[in-house]
Design a protein around this ligand. Structure first.
Ligand SMILES: Nc1nc2c(ncn2[C@@H]2O[C@H](COP(=O)(O)OP(=O)(O)OP(=O)(O)O)[C@@H](O)[C@H]2O)c(=O)[nH]1
Ligand SMILES: [Mg+2]
Length: 463
């Protein structure tokens, strides 16, 4: 495992409430650092000897006033066998708004410092308990709202992605080794490694990085949800479809064109994959100021959309304006939805095919016909490349990962270019060094403080 870092190890003792605030049966406080036991003895003066990993029910008191605050269950984990690698206490108190806060105040009065967001996990990372990818997976487990992200996070926490990146790093180092042979033994009888073999090795690394990178667009959508915008002429059935996909009557539906004014957004999960569904104002020329603003908002959403569901009533042809609108959207992002299919027997599917390459699905919000098919189409479009993947293969779920992988790939490609240009091997090889550094930065073998601040700053306090 790659563990060495450039950051200094912390020496103070931190404390935080690890559970969310509010009414609840129990709350958990955490303490980590060299003085954890000292802090414990100051708030639980009668506790006596504390053995690691044995729970003790004890009175918790303010260290100065001696006031009894609660009776809590204390577990002590001795360094290095703890989450952070330091001495750690976990103190279970009664829940609620006040008790955990009073116990935290007592811990601070006893010499601990209030932890920053993510500081426990940061220490775990600095002590080599987790690599950076695993630490990010912890954040995803806490924040993730979709089953698919959860599966990917569990896999990543189990080092699935870390292992894959380490293999890539080893492969680059393997290529370097081939060169070293050529550089160090140029005069030997044995011929140096043939350039073709070095090139094949480098190309193989690039192909492997590419295949991991290929999961990035969809992997990153797992976190935000695929922004799926319903658009179309007024009265085309967008709000009805929005409601049908959500399974609740969220949006107002009337037979008056121009009913929806503002954009309405809702999260929906399709087989565990996250979507952010947006209903918008119907697109038309209008003199109405409010409606005009709504249409402007719709256009902004359309610019940011990952997917567009373009709604046109079944039973009539797509008109020239609608065709022009669709032509502006990449076919990959577009689904042409023929709505109100219950009211129109003849769906003109062949005519649609001449109009657009986009997938066409016929639906009725009234009867539910076609909704399942539309869901499947959404799933394939937004997450087709990774369906069923989480849990089996590593996924790239963050921009940070994609950036590092692209940097590594580009360096290996630059190495190949340098070889083609007959640059001396020892110079060409610096690109491979840089590729290794990019991959090590991804796992966190070498990392600078600002990267750590970015990774851990978004954590919750107490983790
Ligand atoms: N028969 C039938 N009528 C539908 C269906 N979906 C929508 N409608 C009707 O079509 C009309 C317009 O529906 P909406 O969902 O409000 O259409 P919209 O595209 O949101 O309209 P705006 O918000 O004005 O842009 C309403 O009278 C709906 O009842 C359907 O599947 N079948
Ligand atoms: Mg509407």
């Amino acid at each position: 495992m790659l563990t060495s870092t450039t950051s200094a190890l912390p020496s103070d003792t931190i404390a935080a409430i690890a559970t969310p605030q509010g009414r609840g049966a129990v709350a958990l406080l955490r303490v980590s650092g060299p003085d954890a036991l000292g802090v414990l003895h100051r708030i639980a003066p009668g506790i006596g000897e504390v053995r690691p990993r044995a729970q003790r029910l004890t009175a918790l008191r303010h260290p100065e006033s001696g006031e009894l605050l609660d009776r809590g269950l204390v577990t002590y984990f001795a360094a290095p066998a703890s989450y952070t690698g330091e001495d750690v206490l976990e103190i279970a108190t009664h829940g609620g708004v006040l008790t955990p806060q009073l116990v935290l105040d007592a811990l601070l009065a006893a010499g601990a410092r209030a932890a920053e967001p993510g500081e426990f996990t940061r220490r775990a990372y600095l002590n080599g308990k987790l690599d950076l990818l695993q630490a990010e997976a912890v954040a995803d487990l806490i924040d993730g709202r979709s089953r698919a992200l959860h599966r990917a996070a569990v896999h990543q926490m189990e080092r699935g992605l870390s292992r894959r990146v380490s293999e890539l790093r080893d492969a680059v180092i393997g290529t370097e080794a081939l060169i070293a042979y050529s550089i160090d033994f140029p005069e030997e009888d044995e011929p140096p490694v043939p350039p073709a073999r070095i090139q094949a090795s480098a190309r193989d690394v690039i192909a492997r990085i590419e295949s991991l990178l290929a999961t990035a667009p969809e992997g990153e959508l797992l976190r935000e949800g695929a922004l799926t915008v319903l658009a179309g002429r007024p009265n085309s059935g967008k709000s009805s479809l929005f409601n049908a996909l959500l399974g609740t009557e969220r949006a107002i539906v009337t037979n008056i064109p121009g009913t929806t004014r503002d954009a309405l957004e809702a999260s929906v999960s399709v087989e565990g994959y996250p979507f952010r569904l947006v209903d918008t104002a119907g697109l038309r020329e209008t003199g109405d100021v409010v409606e005009g603003i709504g249409i402007e908002v719709a256009r902004r959403y359309l610019q940011a959309a990952d997917l567009v569901l373009f709604c046109v009533e079944a039973g009539r042809s797509v008109d020239a304006d609608e065709a022009a609108f669709m032509a502006d959207i990449p076919a990959d992002w577009l689904v042409l939805v023929r709505t109100k299919s219950d009211a129109h027997a003849d769906a003109l599917a062949d005519a649609d095919r001449e109009m657009t390459d986009a997938v066409t699905v016929e639906v009725s919000a009234a009867t539910g016909d076609g909704i399942a098919e539309l869901r499947r189409a959404l799933l394939r479009k937004a997450f087709g490349g990774i369906l069923g993947e989480p849990g089996e293969a590593p996924l790239v779920t963050r921009e940070r990962h994609a950036r590092a992988l692209r940097a590594a790939r580009d360096e290996v490609a630059a190495f190949l270019d340098a070889m083609d240009a007959a640059v001396p091997m020892e110079f060409a090889a610096t690109h491979l060094r840089d590729a290794v550094a990019a991959l090590e930065g991804l796992v966190g073998a070498v990392s600078v403080d600002d990267v750590l601040d970015r990774v851990f700053g978004s954590f919750c306090v107490g983790k």
